[in-house]
Design a protein around this ligand. Structure first.
Ligand code: PMP
Length: 374
């Protein structure tokens, strides 16, 4: 079975699995325990993983907070920052119309608690307009701006450099959901000083499920940025996120980050080759009756969103389900028509003919020839 739904999740890399196994077997210590070897080994493993992630993101290792996944990281930052910094002066949050449901639904929750949320419109590729963002910031300075870096359905990358500069210029907190970009493009946080918070997830970069990262930038003077914790308890993760650490998963995301750091550039080139190969096949097979929803530049390598004219996407993915895994869009909102495709201006017919193909660098070009036979 050809797996082409890598935006939904990825297969755990073999080296990642091997690195994790000892921490599910003999090395089962709790890193918060003291002095004895099992605890110290667990602690060392966690700190090595923290450093591996920090190396990938080019940040300080103590700016890396382990969570259970990007859903938790997004909730933690959006709820934690708005709760801590809410004031008579501002109850404003700025986000976009194309966020993942874990940001979108959290914003809905914040609205129910009295916050005012601005949802920025996007262009036909799902990108926000920077002048529009700046205008909104000037009109009503927000507590927090939260903007997805790379879209999970259409792969477009926002101009995070400019977004970061604008937020920095106006001194407002910026969070980005970078779940689909970490491990796929270069995320060098030394180049994005305006990003205060970032979320990502292990299972999108060939790591395990149930582990994610919140990057929380420290102040230039070394002080920690304050926010209200989502989980209160034993004070793990610098008091940001209590709970016994899932050492095996942490080791897994650390290893996955190390491998991403080594191979992401060559993988990105190969994924672009695979994309072009596949587009040619589909174009020929359907006599040109396809429309690509994503831009072909400034995008996440490997994600394609394609309208197959005259073909119903649900029927198509069901029909091919025994030979390949593709999707209509996000697995996290698969029951409703995509809000992302609708935000980029597609009508219901075009949405119903759209499939998302998300490739992995583990496949060969020839594997994609299967599309010729469908
Ligand atoms: N944000 C984006 C952009 C995603 O693609 C996903 C996963 N579909 C998430 C957040 C949630 O990640 P997790 O599964 O780790 O909760």
């Amino acid at each position: 079975m050809l797996y082409l739904d890598n935006s939904a999740t990825t297969k755990v890399n073999k080296e990642v699995l091997e690195a994790m196994l000892p921490y599910l077997k003999e090395e089962f210590g709790n890193p918060s325990s003291k002095y004895y070897t099992l605890a110290e080994n667990a602690k060392k493993a966690v700190e090595t993983a923290r450093q591996q992630v920090a190396t990938l993101l080019r940040c300080e290792s103590d700016e890396v907070i382990f969570t259970s996944g990007a859903t938790e990281s997004n909730n933690m930052i959006l709820k934690g920052v708005t709760d801590y910094y809410t004031s008579a002066k501002s109850n404003h949050v700025i986000t976009t119309t194309v966020e993942h449901s874990s940001v979108r639904e959290t914003c809905r929750y914040l609205e129910s608690k009295g916050f005012h949320v601005t949802y920025l419109d996007v262009d036909k590729y799902g990108r926000i307009n920077i002048d529009n963002l700046e205008q909104r910031i000037k009109e009503t300075p927000p507590i927090l701006v939260s903007i997805i870096w790379g879209n999970n359905e259409i792969g477009s990358l926002n101009d995070m450099k400019s977004i970061s500069e604008v937020c920095s210029k106006h001194g407002v907190f910026l969070h980005t959901d970078a779940t689909q970009v970490v491990g796929k493009i270069n995320v060098d946080l030394t180049q994005y000083h305006g990003i205060n918070f970032l979320s990502c997830s292990g299972h999108k970069l060939q790591g395990p499920k149930g582990i994610g990262i919140s990057f929380i930038r420290k102040h230039p003077d070394g002080y920690r940025t304050k926010l209200t914790p989502l989980l209160h308890g034993g004070g793990q993760e610098f008091d940001y996120r209590s709970g016994t650490l899932a050492v095996h998963n942490i080791v897994g995301i650390g290893k996955a980050a190390e491998l991403a750091e080594k191979y992401q550039i060559e993988k990105a080139e190969y994924l672009t080759e695979l994309e072009n190969y596949l587009i040619d096949i589909l174009y020929n097979k359907l006599d040109g009756n396809i429309t690509i929803n994503n831009d072909n530049k400034d995008k996440i390598p490997g994600i394609l969103s394609i309208q197959l004219h005259g073909i119903n996407n649900e029927l198509f993915i069901k029909k091919v389900a025994n030979v390949m895994a593709v999707s209509t869009g996000s697995a996290c909102s698969s029951t409703k028509p995509s809000h992302v495709l609708s935000a980029i201006g597609l009508g219901i017919d075009r949405i119903r003919s759209t499939i998302r193909i998300s490739l992995s660098a583990d496949i060969q070009k020839e594997d994609l020839d299967i599309f010729k036979t469908l």
